[in-house]
Design a protein around this ligand. Sequence first.
Ligand code: NAD
Length: 377
Amino acid sequence: MNVPERLPVELGERSYDILVGEGLLALAGRHIAEVAGRRKVMIVTDETLAELHLASLQRSLESEGIAFEAFVVPAGEATKSFSHLEKLCERLLQAGVERKTPLIALGGGVVGDLTGFASAILLRGTPFIQIPTTLLAQVDSSVGGKTGINTAQGKNLVGSFHQPRLVLADTEVLTSLSRRELLAGYAEAVKYGLIDDPAFFTWLEGHGRRLIAGDPAARSHAILTSCASKARIVAADEREGGVRALLNLGHTFGHALEAECRYDGDLLHGEAVAIGMVLAFELSAQLGLCPAEDADRVRRHLAAVGLPTSFERLAQRSWTPEVLLEHMRKDKKVADGRMTLVLARGIGQAFLTQEVREEDILQLLAEEISQTAVIQS
Ligand code: NAD
C-alpha cells in the first residue's frame, strides 16, 4: 500500500493522529503497537464487520505479536443503548479488561460511539482506538472524542468526551459498504463544506460522483479534508463550549426526524442530516440571512448524488410541525430553555443562533410537510 497520510489532532496531552490510506487495516497491528505497545487488546465490532473485516485486523495483530479478544455486538442503531452498554461492559470485565487494555472499535459510528463510551467509563477510562469502517465514521464520528448512547428521550443524550489514541481510516474497507450507507456518510462530508469551506463544497459538486463511484483518490481527499476540518474545530473547542456546535449543522432538524422514525431503519443518520441541512439553509434563506441561490445549490447537490432532501420518502408518517418541534426542543444544545440552531449566511458561512422564533420553524416545517403531500397526491 501507499504510505498513509497522517493528520494530527492537536489537543495537548490528548493529541493523536488520524491515519488515512488504502489497505491500512492490514497494517493496523504496527500502528497500534506504536501508540499502545504490544499488550493485549480487546476488539469490539458488529456482526457485519465480524464477517467482513475482523480477520484482516486479527492477522495484522498476530503478525505484530499482539494478543487480542473480540466481542461482537448486533449491527444497527438500536445497539447504542443502556442494555447493550451494560452487556458489553460486563463481558469486557469478565474477560479481564485492565486499565491499560486498549479497546479497539472496528466498525461504523454505532460501534465507535458504544465502544468509546464503554472505554470512557470502564475502570474510569481505558485507552481507545478507532478503526472506522463507514464513510460517516471516517469523515466524522471517529474523530473528536464524542461517545455515547441513545435513550427513549433522544439521540446521544448519555455519553462522555473520551478521545481516541489513534484513528485508522482504511479507504479500502469502504468497498464493501452499501451505496445507501456510503451516501449517508457523504452527507457528513458535505457538512464540512457548508460550515466553513466553500471551496470543498465546490469540489464535491465537481467530484462527488467520482467519490461515490469508488475512486480511491477522491475518497482519500474528502476524508482528509473533512478530518482536517473537524480536527481544527475540535482543537479550538474540545468540549463544545462554542464553535464545535457548528458541527451540528442540520442535526437539530435531523435528530427530530430520526426520533420520530424511532431509529427503525427508514431514515439513516446521514440521510436525516442531509434533510436537516436543506432545512437549515431553507430557513436561513426565508429569514433573509442567506441567498436563496445558496439554499438551492445545497438541495440540488444533495439530490443529484441521491440523498433525500425532503420528507417525501417519509410521507406515510403522519407528522405535524408541532411534533417535530417538540423533538427539537429536547436537543442537547438547548440552553436556559432556548434552542440553539446552526444557520448560514451562505455556503461555507455557518453560524450559531438562539434568535430564531418558533413560529418561523413551525411555518417552514408546515411548508415541507404540505409540499410532500402535493408530491404524493
Ligand atoms: P453504523 O455504525 O450503524 O453502520 C452502518 C451499517 O453499515 C451497519 O449495519 C454496519 O454493520 C455496516 N457496515 C459498517 N462498515 C461496513 C463495511 N465496511 N462494509 C459493509 N458494511 C459495513 O452507522 P454509521 O452511519 O457509521 O454511524 C451512525 C452513528 O454515528 C449514529 O449513531 C450517530 O449518532 C453517530 N455519530 C457520532 C458522531 C460522533 O461525533 N461521535 C458523529 C456523527 C455520527
